[in-house]
Write a protein that binds this ligand. Sequence first.
Ligand code: SF4
Ligand SMILES: [Zn+2]
Length: 468
Amino acid sequence: MFIDTHAHLTSREFDADRDEVIARASDTGVTSIVNPATGLEDSRRAVELAHRQEGVYACVGVHPHEAAGAGDDVLRGVEELCTEAKVVALGEIGLDFHSESPPRDVQERVFRAQLGIAARTNLPVVIHTRDAMEETVRIVREALESFPAWRSQAATPFSRFPAPKGVFHCFPGDPAQAWDLINLGFAVSLPGIVTFKNAGNAAGVAREVSSEHLLLETDSPYLAPVPHRGTRNEPSRLPLIAAKIAELQHLSVDDIARATSYGAYTMFGIGSPGVPVFVYALKNSLYINLTIRCNADCVFCDRKGEAVIKGHNLRIEREPDAREVIDAIGDPVRYEEIVFCGYGEPTIRLDVLKEVAAWVKSRGGKTRLNTDGHGNVINKRNIVPELVGLIDAVSISLNSTDPVQYGELMRVDGKKFFPAMVEFAREAVRLLPRVVLTIVDMNDVDSEKARRFVEGEIGATFFSRPFF
Ligand code: SF4
Ligand SMILES: [Zn+2]
């Protein structure tokens, strides 16, 4: 299931076959489409289309190209439309200094006024920016300061973060600029440009911005992806864009579809958070979610927040037994690995873990355990010998080589748990085929020291993963 967050279905180009275009989109899995507006009349058309077509949602607003005609009456009209059902954002609004018409001061006035409407109606914004990134970001920052309550509520009932404030569509900037906007509470989206040979910044952004902060868009009828470049674009082409982004992110198309659909849910309220799952696929591996309980409380972990990973909802309300997990796995050799890993510590449920792992091994599958390495403390015995023959690889969170910092990051007693984790790691190196120790790459953590410690003193493989 894909969500096209930017398609101008109300544009003239679709007058002859609008309903067929929407039906074709649905046939390719594009079940929801957000229609941005360019002016007041187009906003009315967008609302009307959204009322008529189940999977279509409307934005209302004045595009910077149309800013010259946007007097108070027009802006009032836009604001009135915000209460209509299925209006999900103000958009598209912003600045376009590619040509000097309308004049910059006119565009800026209309942009500011519409950010004010978004704040008053608590809607997100869909931003167009062209040759005007610096000015756009300055005005957005002003709005964030002027309207501290705007989208300040939690994105979902469990979220620890405020609702996203909007999306920079057809994002023209580089990855560093994208991350600055993400830190302000925005997402970015990339149209078919990402499939072009000369994709420029778009390819870098698609590679480096995690899928949690990306939305999918076609920008129909413009910017058709390869191999349709130069023709009228339509939402049914969205999977081509998703496939390219998946390739650049080293994920599957399903992963990109799921992660970006979840992003559209938190942004626009389209769709649902999905039911909590005991097993979940990412790329070529299947992950087993045995528990959401953990003896630690890491500062970077979202266990007590949404507990969603790439659109999979891991917030289980009860823990599965071995039979349920085995039934959910199906045939384990379909996957590269069966990984015990959720937003909780799997060794808390050692018996179930061992039973499922034994079954996977008996069917010829490969197993991995992702753990905080506290299993011996949790189970009050050395559990590593019990994993021999059941677990092929273990990933242990090292987090830091400094016991004090370790304790602070995991919010545990570092003096007790750091040595326990190291002992577990040494024992795993002695008895199990493959052991990896990981850190989350954060400013204060000395990753080179960690690498030397892991490779030199523990004799395991070192892995550093980015902190999003
Ligand atoms: S050990 Fe893992 S599951 Fe537990 S709080 Fe830390 S990151 Fe989350
Ligand atoms: Zn547009």
